[in-house]
Design a protein around this ligand. Structure first.
Ligand code: FMN
Length: 204
């Protein structure tokens, strides 16, 4: 769904309220739900998912959808060309190896018409106290100069770690909101009001 909003936007201030509610919005996110089956989940599967109306969503995926509902923005899921394993232990080990190898997993697709967006809500889970390496692939493959990046994440206790600073380094000519929205994985299922309140403060 395209945003109804028009305007120039894109000139948010670092550290403060970006005040870009007039710009065209894209929500780009990566999320790795460890199952698609809503019943009889293991602890690890339950930790990485929320079930909404019988449908299984990844934690970050759910937050991305809430942001879309509140902003009317377009949504894009960042995915690797080679899908990640859903087995928790295998996934955790692979993610650790990608990090120690400083890997850049190949993206399945690029964002169509990136030029038309002024504000990018960028979402990801905390993996090994950092962004998943595919976020590095993504941020190194696009030029977000002049746009506002508003990070959001879900986590198992570490919040954003240093990821917001890393995003600012990878996109030095974008205005990166230093605050963003972060939510602990056990609270994701009840975060809709907090997401709406946060977005209201940003002018949505
Ligand atoms: C490979 C992997 C590594 C993780 N490392 C961390 C971590 O270092 N710190 C943390 O707080 N949570 C960590 N988590 C927990 C996830 O951030 C959390 O479950 C998140 O909500 C998953 O979001 P998703 O369902 O959108 O993928 C890790 C999860 C996975 C799968």
């Amino acid at each position: 769904m395209a945003s109804a909003a028009t305007g120039t936007g894109g000139q948010g201030q670092r550290g403060g309220n970006p005040g870009n509610s007039s710009g065209r919005v894209l929500i780009a996110y990566f999320s790795m739900p460890e199952t698609t089956a809503p019943n009889n989940m293991s602890r690890a599967e339950d930790d990485s998912t929320v079930v909404i109306d019988g449908k299984v969503l990844g934690n970050t995926q759910y937050v991305a959808h809430l942001i879309q509902e509140n902003t009317g923005g377009d949504i894009f899921r960042i995915e690797p060309k080679t899908p990640y394993p859903t087995n928790h232990r295998t996934l955790v080990n692979l993610a650790q190896k990608e990090q120690s190898d400083n890997a850049r997993p190949e993206l399945a697709a690029n964002i169509p018409n990136l030029d038309r967006y002024d504000v990018i809500f960028l979402g990801y889970p905390n993996w090994w106290a950092d962004m998943p390496m595919i976020l590095y692939s993504f941020l190194e493959s696009v030029d977000l100069s002049g746009k506002t990046i508003i990070p959001f994440n879900t986590h198992g206790g570490n919040g954003f770690s240093d990821t917001i600073g890393t995003i600012a380094k990878l996109q030095p000519n974008a205005a990166v909101d230093k605050n963003g929205f972060t939510v602990f994985r056990d609270d994701v299922h009840k975060c809709a009001d907090d997401v709406a309140a946060w977005l209201r403060k940003l002018g949505y």
